[in-house]
Design a protein around this ligand. Structure first.
Ligand code: HEM
Ligand code: PLO
Length: 483
């Protein structure tokens, strides 16, 4: 082990040989909260050992910005772990690939394809509105029933990403969709639990329940991706690019013929497959999770829901459906979305970063190869930055006239920042706005009678999950009259 406890280094949690600081972390499944609380004893920037890996934990926005923005490139690496290697076939995707020319190229590619298909064009708005209409139909049919909205929200969001990636979508009850729901849950449940196999790689050779589940789920996912890939390859003719998959195939073709890629670099089938896998996985799990959190907070804060509906009745009315161009007209809805992203960050510890050279954070020196965990939970719940951070208050994002949307503190990074910033930020914001606007124009969401309000406590994982809950979607009287 290198000496990382000398002068100039962040203060470190005690560490034992072999296991490192595991004893301080074991038995705390809510890792983001544990790391948040440890600040009391070790200060906002501290270090710990995960087995033989040196990990620096950042809890303040000042340090987070230094890592992500000011020294973004020096911290743009990603660790290799047993589970993410399985998920991404050894880092052939974007999110879990370390910094390098191929990663850069893949990112640029997807960014260009996303702008071409969606952001800025009317196509994506049309797709989201189609899915929002279908979601509202389902809610209408299930009126006054205590409904688990989870699968319905997931299907709506999945169909948006599916249209984008594969130019296809799923109907209700489609067996392929049901299979996808199941495998995706298995992956979400196990990917972030990597710490043990990562610390003791030999655990892989023993029967390990989580690892076996992950492998089983990945097999199903890979079959599905492979099938879409083969279909696209067979139908691909080079000029009609219908979706992201086609766009990737086309770019590979032209990169090969014009040798845009440096010698030695190759975009293999695995790279294309894992890239689409990322967009699909990130596209579904994150946005669905935020929508569930939003619904849950609306159950807890009916006055917020009423205010959104009043704003919509005034600015849009009930004769037409909401459009993206309505975003500036609905600051209170936008503020509510911002507040949901603050109070329950989907990605509470981002994805770990790795320092690519000896560098520093604040006055501390950080060695090359250190893993850097940005605790977004701490950044979003910092009492020096936020007034009563545990209070759900969309108004904090508005000016005194209740109009302009702005963050009252710079301590706000729901999508990360810098060169590893979320690739789907624009898409996600479009979806969150349209889905919520459509639903709240038509329905009031309530907690079923005789049931306690569901818990606001999240479940830590690769995304901060919501515990299952049921909702009653009641058609609004105003909507009933108008239609
Ligand atoms: C990365 C948040 C939706 C694709 C990230 C990161 C965060 C984040 C915090 C990690 C940044 C870092 O490690 O420094 C969110 C939130 C979303 C959302 C809050 C929804 C509200 C999406 C969607 C897509 C997407 C819809 C796909 C279209 C990605 C990808 C990365 C990423 C590919 C990896 C980027 C890289 O490592 O270079 N996202 N995301 N995200 N996100 Fe999102
Ligand atoms: C979600 C389950 C999928 O089956 C695979 C997958 C791919 C990309 C991951 C995503 C999962 C979880 C959320 C992640 C995303 C990449 C970026 C995003 C980690 C594991 C966030 C929020 O950082």
């Amino acid at each position: 082990r290198r000496d990382t406890s000398g002068p100039g280094r962040p203060r470190s949690l005690p560490a034992l040989p072999l296991v490192g600081s595991l004893l301080q972390l074991a038995g705390h499944p809510q890792l983001h909260l544990r790391l948040w609380r440890l600040q009391g004893r070790y200060g906002s920037l501290y270090a710990l050992w995960m087995g033989s890996h040196y990990v620096v934990v950042v809890n303040s926005y000042r340090h987070a910005r230094e890592v992500l923005l000011k020294k973004g490139k020096a911290f743009a690496g990603r660790p290799r772990t047993v589970t993410t290697d399985l998920l991404s076939r050894g880092g052939k995707d974007i999110a879990f690939a370390s910094y390098g020319p191929l990663w850069k190229f893949q990112r640029k590619l997807v960014h260009a394809a996303l702008s071409m298909f969606g952001e800025g064009s009317l196509t994506l708005e049309r797709i989201i509105c189609r899915e929002a209409a279908s979601l509202c139909e389902t809610l209408s049919a299930a009126q006054d029933m205590a409904l688990d909205m989870g699968p319905e929200l997931t299907r709506a969001v999945t169909n948006v990403v599916c249209s984008l990636c594969f130019n296809s979508s799923y109907r209700r009850g489609d067996p392929e969709f049901e299979a996808m729901l199941e495998y995706s849950q298995g992956i979400v449940d196990t990917v972030a639990k990597e710490s043990l196999v990562d610390i003791f790689p030999w655990l892989q050779i023993f029967p390990n329940k989580d690892l076996a589940l992950l492998k089983r789920c990945l097999k199903v996912r890979d079959q599905l991706l492979q099938q879409k890939f083969t279909e696209h390859k067979e139908a691909f003719c080079g000029d009609a690019v219908k979706d992201l998959m086609d766009a990737l195939l086309q770019v590979r073709l032209s990169a090969e013929s014009s040798s845009t890629l440096a010698p030695g670099l190759e975009l293999t089938d695995d790279h294309l497959l894992m890239t689409v896998g990322d967009i699909f996985g990130a596209g579904v799990e994150t946005t669905t999770t935020v929508l569930k959190w939003a619904v849950l907070y609306l159950l807890h804060y009916p006055e917020v829901q009423r205010k959104i509906q009043e704003e919509m009745d005034q600015k849009i009315g009930l004769v037409r459906h909401p459009l993206l161009s309505d975003r500036p007209l609905l600051p209170y809805l936008e503020a509510t979305i911002s507040e949901v992203l603050r109070i329950r960050p989907v990605s509470p510890l981002l994805i770990p970063h790795v320092s690519l050279a000896d560098t520093s954070i604040g006055e501390y020196s950080i060695p090359k190869g250190a893993r850097v965990v940005i605790n977004l939970w701490s950044v979003h719940h910092d009492e020096k930055e936020w007034d009563k951070p545990e209070e759900f208050n969309p108004g904090r994002f508005l000016d005194e006239q209740g109009q302009h949307i702005h963050s009252p503190s710079p301590s706000y990074l729901p999508f990360g920042a810098g060169i590893r910033v979320c690739l789907g930020k624009v898409l996600a914001k479009m979806e969150l706005f349209l889905f919520l606007a459509w639903v709240l124009q038509r329905f009031t969401l309530e907690c079923p009678q005789d049931q306690p309000l569901p818990s606001l406590e999240g479940k830590f994982g690769v995304v901060l999950q919501v515990q299952k809950f049921r909702v009653k979607a009641r058609l609004r009287d105003a909507w009933r009259v108008a239609s």
